[in-house]
Design a protein around this ligand. Structure first.
Ligand code: PNS
Length: 167
């Protein structure tokens, strides 16, 4: 008997964007369970949001989704995937520019843990320009990012940069 059950959707999610959400919603339609796994020890030197803040955002985002849950992990992704007995790693693709990096990660992960399959899900084109990095940059200048991120992320960005939300 083959088939895919539990999927892990890993990332830094600093913060979670509408592009991430689009991928998560699509993954929830395909897999019986999707575990969003937030990386604790990112190589990226400075996350804007703490692991607690990123997870709080994700808990709010996942609350209405019956088969999505939130967790954190540190160390190697494949060790986490093995530990939670998942057989799928979900990654989102926005544009061709994402592909080379993602291909490398997928092959490394396959080398280390062949039992897990990396599945790429294309985010809707309307989110192809949205990234956590750009959203943080815009937020730092006080720009309105509410069309690019879920409400929980927008509130966190506004709080972080002292932006007063307009109606
Ligand atoms: O959202 P990101 O930052 O693009 O996510 C990258 C992530 C978390 C998937 C990747 O950095 C990762 O899996 N890190 C854990 C360490 C690891 O397993 N490294 C080997 C593959 S690069």
């Amino acid at each position: 008997m083959s088939g895919y059950g539990r999927a892990v959707f890993p990332g830094s999610f600093d913060p979670f964007t509408n592009g991430h959400l689009d991928v998560l919603l699509r993954a929830c339609k395909i897999f019986s369970e999707v575990r969003v796994a937030v990386l604790q020890n990112s190589r990226k030197q400075a996350n804007l949001f703490s692991i607690g803040e990123r997870m709080a955002i994700l808990r709010e985002v996942c609350a209405p989704l019956a088969n999505a849950s939130v967790d954190s992990f540190s160390g190697l992704l494949v060790d986490y995937v093995r530990e939670v007995q998942a057989n799928v790693i979900v990654r989102g693709l926005r544009a061709v520019s994402d592909y080379e990096y993602e291909l490398q990660i997928a092959h490394l992960n396959r080398q280390m843990y062949p039992e897990a399959e990396t599945i790429f899900i294309m985010a809707a084109t309307r989110w192809s320009y949205v990234s956590s990095t750009m959203v943080k940059e815009l937020g730092s200048y006080g720009a309105d990012v509410r069309k690019m991120v879920p409400a929980a992320s927008a509130r966190a960005i506004e709080a972080k940069f002292g932006i007063r939300s307009s109606p």
